[in-house]
Design a protein around this ligand. Structure first.
Ligand code: NDP
Length: 390
């Protein structure tokens, strides 16, 4: 907060989702309407929740990404004085409002354009949406730099690295070690994984998250996206980014230095720690999250990831090494395959097979010169993936 009674202005893109609702919880615990002004909230299909949130926090603007739901949102907010908008232009309008801090928590590539709009006007962006960096990488970072924006990582692994990366000692960093829970299929054979349904795959052992990221955790595509995200966010080489399976999800990630020291950030698996850190940065706030009880925990386990059962990790490495638009290709194909898996049109293992085939088909796409090239690569990947699914 700039001074005594001045309220901070915030916007939450994706307020009705898992990260969005946790963000509102943190905001309310840190003072709610007394301390914060909500410039805009956005959602997609959950109109009742969006309207309830907007009324509760006194938002100035509420936006549904779904143009067909505009009337429903307008009715739900009638008499409140809260402005209503819909569709892509509504999301951009929300992101462009003069809020100093923006939570980017729309799921998937749909979050790219609005987050970019917030970056271009120089907001502090609490970045949960990893797809911005996976798909648009250096172009997204360039927009952040040119706009004078700041990225505050919310993904728990990247938030952990952000907390333990000593900015004066970047030259001494040898490796970034991303921890992975291994998901619900950590010990399952390929044959067992072949027949799982979306309902089984969404049951994450440690974290409570949205549907898509939960299934991505089961296939380890979430870790694949996080590897690419870490590469762009922290600027290290692909071979400096390691993954270790750590089933308890207590160590959220680590940085290894040239003197042999490894710095880690630990905590109970609760996204409100990372969200609160990004909201309060550079200070720390008191948050009502569970505290670690080391005696109860007793042990921390680690194992190497098995890339033969989880090929997503190998595909991430391939996308990082190839550079260019291969992150956008991987993500576009993955999102299409994931939708098909959720609708039971393809099996669990087919997701990685489809992504690999799309990456093969688009291996020669030139690097993106503009954001339009990124969107075009994403679209091509989706079309090819859809063809393979059909
Ligand atoms: P959810 O699915 O729970 O929520 C997604 C949000 O995006 C909702 O507000 C949803 O609206 C909205 N939305 C859905 N489709 C669209 C669309 N086409 N256009 C605009 N808005 C849309 O996702 P999560 O909160 O789990 O994840 C959000 C992002 O944060 C993802 O990128 C994820 O990878 C990342 N993340 C999430 C973590 C977690 O713990 N959940 C941890 C780390 C990163 P509605 O619900 O109204 O339909």
């Amino acid at each position: 907060m700039a001074s005594g009674d001045e309220k901070r202005r915030l916007t939450i893109l994706g307020s009705t989702g898992s990260i969005g609702t946790n963000t509102l919880d943190v905001i309310e615990r840190l003072g709610g309407r007394k301390k914060f002004e909500i410039a805009a909230l956005t959602g997609n299909g959950n109109i009742p929740l969006l309207a309830e949130q907007a009324r509760r926090l006194g938002a100035e603007l509420a936006v549904t990404a779904d143009e067909e739901r505009y009337g429903e949102l307008k009715d739900a907010l009638s008499g409140s004085g809260i402005a209503v908008a819909a569709g892509r232009s509504g999301l951009i309008e929300a992101a462009e409002r003069d809020a100093g801090w923006v939570m980017a928590a729309i799921v998937g590539n749909a979050g790219l354009a609005p987050t970019l709009a917030a970056a271009r006007r120089g907001a502090a962006i609490a970045l949960a949406n990893k797809e911005c960096l996976v798909s648009a990488g250096s172009l997204f970072l360039e927009a952040v730099r040119k706009g004078g924006a700041r990225l505050l990582p919310v993904d728990s692994e990247h938030n952990a690295i952000f907390q333990v990366l000593e900015s004066e000692q970047r030259h001494a960093v040898e490796r970034i070690i991303l921890t992975a829970s291994g998901g619900p299929f950590r010990t399952k054979s390929l044959e067992e994984m072949r027949h799982v349904t979306a309902d089984i795959a969404r049951a994450h052992p440690n974290w409570s998250m949205g549907l898509k990221i939960s299934i991505d955790s089961a296939s380890m595509f979430n870790k694949a996206l996080e590897m690419i995200e870490a590469r762009h966010l922290f600027g290290f080489r692909p071979d400096q980014i390691e993954v270790i399976v750590h089933p308890q999800s207590v160590i959220h990630s680590m940085v290894g230095y040239s003197d042999g020291s490894v710095l880690a950030q630990l905590g109970c698996p609760d996204m409100r720690t990372a969200i609160g850190y990004a909201l309060s940065y550079p200070k720390r706030s008191a948050l009502p999250v569970e505290r670690l009880d080391f005696a109860k925990l007793a042990r921390l386990d680690f194992e190497a990831p098995d890339e033969s059962r989880f090929p997503a990790l190998r595909l991430a490495r391939r996308a990082m090494e190839a550079g260019g638009v291969q992150g956008a290709v991987l993500n576009g194909a993955k999102e299409t395959a994931l939708e098909a898996f959720i609708k039971a049109r393809i099996g669990f293992l087919a997701m990685a097979e489809i992504v690999e085939k799309v990456m093969d088909a688009l291996a020669d796409l030139p690097a993106a010169a503009t954001m339009d090239d990124v969107f075009a690569a994403d679209e091509k990947a989706r079309q090819i993936a859809a063809g393979l699914i059909a």
